[in-house]
Design a protein around this ligand. Structure first.
Ligand code: HEC
Length: 119
């Protein structure tokens, strides 16, 4: 326990973020060192579903399911940096850390849009 506290204190701020993410996902090893975390992505994506699940050709909400990871990451960071004007997405993106954006990109790239209710 003491070891752990000493170790944490030596971490740079960025690593501490990774540690917090690791604590949330319950997997310290992949959380700190690993590839984008699918479970974290799924967890964070629940916030996006309200709007993006209802994306249709006729709506103003774009479909983000199946989007390539680099495009997804670039778009979210553009909202975060206020290079894209949408205030809703700017606000959402402003709360996301880089590794959370990557986890979301990873999740959406391999997730199909849930079927709409069919007639
Ligand atoms: C309140 C509704 C709402 C929520 C919640 C929401 N979005 Fe969006 N999102 C939008 C709208 C509307 C746009 C289109 C904005 C524009 O025209 O620039 C958009 C655009 C995007 C785009 C760009 C898509 C493209 O093809 O240009 C991405 C990527 C995206 N959202 C990801 C997310 C993620 C990830 C979350 C959850 C963390 C999320 N959104 C939550 C409404 C929402």
């Amino acid at each position: 326990m003491t070891d752990r506290i000493v170790w944490r204190r030596r971490l740079r701020p960025l690593s501490r973020v990774a540690l917090i993410v690791a604590a949330v996902t319950g997997d310290p090893v992949t959380g700190v060192l690993g590839a984008p975390d699918l479970e974290l992505g799924r967890y964070l994506a629940s916030e996006c579903m309200t709007c993006h699940r209802s994306a249709t050709a006729a709506s103003t909400i774009p479909n983000i399911f199946g989007m390539a990871e680099p495009s997804f990451t670039t778009l979210i960071k553009a909202y975060r940096d206020k290079q894209l004007p949408n205030p809703v997405m700017q606000n959402i993106a402003s709360r996301l850390k880089d590794d959370e954006i990557e986890a979301l990109a990873h999740y959406f790239a391999q997730t199909k849009r849930p079927e709409e209710g069919r007639p």
